[in-house]
Design a protein around this ligand. Structure first.
Ligand code: NAG
Ligand code: NAG
Length: 265
């Protein structure tokens, strides 16, 4: 039986421990679609690594680009390009949800460390706050843009931004096109520690290489490259998916969605 300690200082026992967490070869790297477009006759694309939704997604987030709701931190202007892994063509009219913790390491609207209240899937909202959550619809170029902040840390996880994508206006956890997490350089938390309000975040720090979710989802492939912009940073990332498959969602990282079930449609 597989046991892991995760998110809270508790031991969780998987009911799906028979599932393998083998990483499929075709998921091994993240492609640079712009490069493949430049190099004529190349149509070799690779699917961006998937991971778990985790316990804090709220399906009733708002359609908006600026998700900060006044929560301060290091500004991050995040642009995501969604492409078809078959030919690197942009995917338009997809619903891209992101959510991340605030500088103090808290998510809006949820009771954190909620595994025993909602051990299977998605928490019930505890209030109407939805800071640092939102969705955008990809335009004809496959692009969405968000203004968020670099997230703070919380027990058991390195800093990350969640991404979840649907091909229509639904949040049906059985009809997900992509679920992933975007990461930062290993040194980022130490730099954030020096500035307010992150300096007041006393949660135990977990670095990239200490995080089981990062390891299982090849997190080093989804680290954002930050470019200084204004009083913060901008970052662009190409997400490449197979639009002909749906991912069965999961809450725990060892239920690797790639191995749960792909539903042809
Ligand atoms: C965010 O980045 C996009 C794409 O680079 C740019 O067009 C936009 O002006 C930036 N937004 C802000 C608020 O700086
Ligand atoms: C998507 O559906 C939700 C829930 O029905 C609705 O509130 C929202 O306005 C819809 N968004 C778009 C872009 O149609």
């Amino acid at each position: 039986m597989l046991t892991v300690t995760l998110f809270a200082n508790v031991v969780l026992v998987s009911s799906h421990s028979e599932r393998s967490i083998e990483i499929l070869n075709h998921d091994a790297t993240v492609i640079d679609c712009a490069r493949y477009k430049r190099e004529a006759n190349q149509h070799k694309c690779v699917i961006t690594p998937f991971t778990t939704e985790g316990p804090y997604f709220l399906p009733d987030d708002y359609e908006r680009s600026d998700i900060t709701d006044g929560y301060t931190g290091v500004n991050l202007n995040l642009t995501l390009l969604l492409t078809n892994a078959k030919d690197c063509s942009p995917l338009s009219n997809y619903y891209v949800h992101i959510w991340n913790a605030n500088a103090m390491g808290h998510y809006s609207g949820v009771k954190e460390f909620n595994f025993f209240d909602h051990p299977t899937f998605r928490p019930k909202p505890i209030n109407n706050l939805r800071f640092l959550r939102g969705y955008q619809i990809t335009n004809e170029d496959g692009l969405v843009n968000f203004n968020t902040i670099i997230p703070g840390w919380y027990f058991g996880r390195c800093i990350h931004i969640h991404v979840e994508i649907y091909d229509k206006n639904t949040t049906d956890g059985h009809a997900v096109s992509y679920i992933g997490q975007l990461y930062f350089n290993r040194e980022m938390p130490a730099a954030l520690k020096l500035i307010d309000p992150y300096s007041q975040n006393n949660n135990e720090l977990t670095l990239n290489d200490q995080d089981i979710v990062f390891a299982l989802s090849r997190g080093s492939d989804t680290i954002l490259e930050l470019i200084p912009e204004g009083n913060g940073y901008s970052a662009s990332y190409v997400l490449s998916i197979d639009p002909t498959v749906k991912v069965e969602n999961s809450v725990l990282p060892f239920e690797d969605p790639r191995n749960v079930s792909f539903i042809e449609h």
